[in-house]
Ligand binder design. Structure first.
Ligand SMILES: Cc1cc2nc3c(=O)[nH]c(=O)nc-3n(C[C@H](O)[C@H](O)[C@H](O)COP(=O)(O)O)c2cc1C
Length: 200
């Protein structure tokens, strides 16, 4: 089948985010005048090495925030955010933090998630995450459509859980990374293989 987005897909559910899969999940923590906030974003990725940079995108708005969601509203105030990596063991806690909770609700407390302080920025992080990336906001880019924003950040500090390191590598076989598929589906990484690039 083929469709143009402006004509509609005619399917029971939008297939778009089932096509762009699997996606990593950035569990974004922020601190603002209303307190601490934590929410998952799968329109998320790393975008550069030197300096290391990441992005995530927020779509649609909450009625109690000015044209966006809590995460973007908070990082607009503070100029910083932290990306926490999600493992299979944290799937229910992560999901609990995705609810439409009112501005000022601390999802760490609500979902029983242990909080730690970041080192390079004034921001909370998920204490037990396999890795966390402390970020300084570099750009907030309004995207086509209503309440769509891409947030770019430069990574200023990197935490890796000690048990996720083996033989000098950040070893994804140690923690079962979670990724987002379409609809209500997720995937967990339990099998890893290597490929040599041409010329290596
Ligand atoms: C796994 C997962 C991935 C999500 N990815 C996104 C995303 O990329 N962009 C987005 O705007 N919302 C995404 N959401 C929905 C937000 O988490 C949800 O709207 C949340 O309430 C936003 O929280 P905040 O207002 O505290 O920032 C996702 C939800 C889940 C469960």
């Amino acid at each position: 089948m083929f469709y143009r987005p402006e004509d509609g897909h005619g399917l029971p559910h939008n297939p778009f985010n089932a096509i762009v899969t699997p996606r990593p999940i950035g569990w974004i923590s922020t601190r603002g005048t209303l307190g601490d906030n934590l929410a998952p974003y799968s329109f998320f990725n790393a975008v550069a090495y030197v300096p290391p940079q990441v992005m995530f995108a927020s779509t649609s708005a909450k009625p109690d925030r000015d044209g966006t969601k809590d995460s973007v509203a908070q990082l607009r105030e503070s100029g910083v955010f932290c990306v926490n990596i999600v493992e299979y063991a944290a799937r229910d806690a992560m999901n609990a933090t995705s609810g439409p909770w009112k501005a000022g609700e601390d999802e760490f407390a609500m979902a029983g998630i242990d909080k730690a302080e970041c080192e390079t920025i004034d921001c909370p992080r998920v204490a037990s995450a396999p890795a966390s990336l402390e970020c300084r906001v570099t750009q907030i880019v309004p995207l086509e459509g209503e309440a769509n924003f891409a947030v770019f950040g430069e990574v200023t500090g990197i935490h890796m859980r000690d048990d996720c390191l083996s033989e000098g590598r950040f070893d994804v076989t140690r923690f079962e990374p979670l990724s987002r598929l379409g609809y209500r589906d997720y995937a967990v990484i339990r099998e890893v293989f290597a490929l040599k690039r041409p010329g290596e």
